[in-house]
Design a protein around this ligand. Sequence first.
Ligand SMILES: C[S@@+](CC[C@H](N)C(=O)[O-])C[C@H]1O[C@@H](n2cnc3c(N)ncnc32)[C@H](O)[C@@H]1O
Length: 212
Amino acid sequence: MSFDLLAPHYRWMEAVLAGDLLQRCRTRWLGEVRESRHALLVGEGNGRMLKACLAQLPGCRFTVLDQSAKMLANARRRWERAGGGQHVVFQQADLRDWRADGANFDLVVTNFFLDCFTAEELPRVIGNISAAVSPKGRWLLADFSVPTAGWRRIRAQVVLALAYGFFRQATGISARRVTAPDDELSRVGFQLHQRDRFNHGLLHADLWAKAG
Ligand SMILES: C[S@@+](CC[C@H](N)C(=O)[O-])C[C@H]1O[C@@H](n2cnc3c(N)ncnc32)[C@H](O)[C@@H]1O
């Protein structure tokens, strides 16, 4: 599985298909975590969220972890263009095999990342990330979702069937559908503090916090 092939096209595809919608989801709750000191951005992709974090969290150090070398290179370029002043570590790793040195991060960000994994993979992915987060640490996430009923549900099922078909071909992701991460996040000790839904429930942006 790799996003390397998609990396050069990710930005223009997002602009054409979604305008500024995904970026509004990514940054929805960023204003609530301004006091963060040490942030882990997992599956960060081309660095658009990193750029927003650099602007809004001036006192924060960052670790940017992604499996794709090309995505990481794009994120690094965005950091350099933003002045390269803030402390950022870029780490190429598969999150499924990655282990934190300790619970050192008071903020973790996963945008359109958890929805790359199957229901069977999600406990390991969420467990590995959770182990890196300090007590009371926060977790910002944006993901796709499927409303519970009605035309919104049917619309989301159609959109996501097309999206997963494309991403499975282009990147080899294992997931065929979205698995809501809520139960697993609760199981490892996080509570949902904020949630906003976008585009008739097709997307959601959350702020979760770990128990103290
Ligand atoms: C759908 S993209 C989302 C990128 C970005 N966060 C965004 O908001 O658009 C998923 C990202 O997660 C990375 N990724 C996928 N599986 C991964 C894994 N097992 N470990 C680390 N990164 C992974 C991909 O390389 C890609 O950059």
